[in-house]
Design a protein around this ligand. Structure first.
Ligand code: GDP
Length: 444
């Protein structure tokens, strides 16, 4: 998509294609009003007033609709925008869309409405990206935090950091450009500024891992010997009976996956019991292989043993496999014993005891920061820009500590600013822009 071609008039269906109460067709661009006036029975639009009427073609009624006019620049895209609310049937929506196309609009590309909002400075890039996040949210918490991004929380934080960097750069530059009038800043002053900027960037990056988990979800595998209660725990966490619970060892023959909303999306994987037994059936062995693979892929492993029997040699073998993995040790069937070892989380999957506390622990283990305390989220592109800025300021800090020429220091400071400008979209290439909006759907 070429930025220069973008200011023609575009249209798309903004609601999912299928049957529904209403369907919404959007038109954005300088010809939006001209087009609607040709196909609508009741034009003469006024600001903030919707109109009821009929979409007409060659004298016949296509649908009864409501039309919402938005006059530039007070619209989503910053251009003239028309939204047609019609009946939500696939055919009727197609008929209206075709009519709009015939009358001078072009079909919008993915994310093109939001891209225009960005290009017309209705929002910065971090806000535009949060629109896709809101649409793709897998949990209600993520939708809420993405909404904060849309209102500009991340943008403000980045601008504060950028202003601080810019202030240091201005002082260095003034000292270099006007050596007779302005003294170059003290090195100790530079050092404390750079340290402060690094700690501000670190604060933004602190929730990076949790932000990523919000997007991709965390994969959590349940492992343990047969019959310790893996399937029961799986069900207790999900509050359903998807996994078959039996008292015959080796019933979970394949890997079950379900998604759980713990604020963050968690994909729970119930694996076949890990054991190296000559006697196990072929089907079960395949399940065992799966469980080793799930183990490698998991962000967190829940190792479960039978508390009434205590840890035996086999359990310890499995625990050894987990030495370098993020894991929690869970003692199940706590209802059958009063014994408590240190370090394990005691639960009863059957009776539902300790499950809520386990969910909390699980969340703490996969997130670097409590998701509820997040004010904004960052995506990997934004994190990359922040790391670039941080590295540049670290270089500047090192140079200041070595009392290097301030001319040289200013080069690193400038590149930190460029990295932040890339984050907010002040400085961005067509390619990066296309990549970002590729992730949107048509009509957004
Ligand atoms: P898996 O083979 O590890 O998946 O184990 P299951 O979840 O199929 O459970 C094996 C047996 O232990 C079943 O009879 C369950 O009812 C029983 N069980 C599971 N959790 C508990 C628990 O917390 N307490 C008690 N008393 N029995 C349990």
């Amino acid at each position: 998509m070429n930025i220069l071609d973008e200011f023609d008039t575009i249209t798309a269906v903004a609601t999912p294609m299928g049957m529904g109460g209403v369907g919404v067709i959007r038109i954005s661009g300088s010809k939006a009003f001209e087009i609607i006036e040709k196909i609508f029975s009741n034009p003469n639009f006024e600001r903030t007033k919707f109109k009821h009427g009929y979409i007409m073609e060659n004298g016949s009624i296509i649908d009864e609709v409501i039309v919402l006019p938005f006059f530039a620049p007070n619209s989503y895209t910053g251009e003239d925008v028309i939204e047609i609310q019609c009946h939500g049937g696939v055919q009727v929506i197609k008929n209206i869309l075709n009519l709009v196309l015939k009358n001078g609009a072009r079909l919008a590309e993915k994310g093109e409405f939001t891209k225009r909002a960005f290009l017309n400075k209705r929002m910065d890039l971090s806000q535009a990206e949060s629109v896709a996040d809101i649409i793709h949210s897998k949990t209600s918490d993520f939708a809420k935090i993405s909404m904060k991004n849309l209102s500009g929380v991340l943008k403000e934080r980045i601008n504060e950091i950028r202003n601080d960097i810019f202030e240091v750069l201005s002082r260095i530059t003034a000292g270099i450009d006007f050596p007779d009038d302005v003294r170059e800043p003290e090195y100790d002053y530079l050092i404390s500024c750079f340290e402060n900027i690094i700690s501000q960037i670190d604060k933004v990056l602190k929730g990076a891992n949790t932000s990523n988990i919000f997007r991709q979800g965390a994969s959590v595998a349940i492992i343990g010997k047969p019959n310790v209660g893996k399937s029961s725990l799986f069900n207790a966490l999900l509050s359903l009976d998807r996994a078959i619970v039996t008292d015959i060892a080796g019933t979970t023959r394949d890997v079950l996956r379900e998604t759980l909303d713990l604020g963050i999306p968690v994909t729970l994987v119930d694996t076949a019991g890990i054991r190296e037994d000559e006697e196990v059936s072929k089907v079960e062995r395949i399940g065992i292989e799966y469980s080793k693979q799930s183990l490698d892929e998991a962000d967190l492993v829940l190792f479960i043993y039978d508390a009434s029997k205590g840890l035996d040699e086999d359990d310890r073998e499995v625990l050894k496999l987990l030495e370098n993995k993020n894991h929690l040790v869970i003692a199940n069937k706590a209802d059958l014993t009063d014994k408590k070892d240190d370090g394990a989380i005691y639960i009863s999957a059957l009776k539902g005891l300790g499950i809520e506390a386990l969910k909390e622990e699980l969340k703490n283990k996969v997130c670097d920061i409590n998701p509820e305390s997040l004010d904004f989220v960052t995506n990997t592109r934004q994190q990359e820009c922040l790391r670039k800025a941080r590295n540049a300021i670290e270089q500047a800090l090192l140079a200041a500590q070595l009392r290097e020429l301030q001319d040289l220091i200013s080069i690193d400071v400038k590149s930190a600013i460029l990295a932040l400008d890339e984050l907010t979209g002040e400085l961005i290439t067509d390619n990066i822009l296309d990549n970002i909006f590729e992730n949107f759907c048509i009509g957004k």
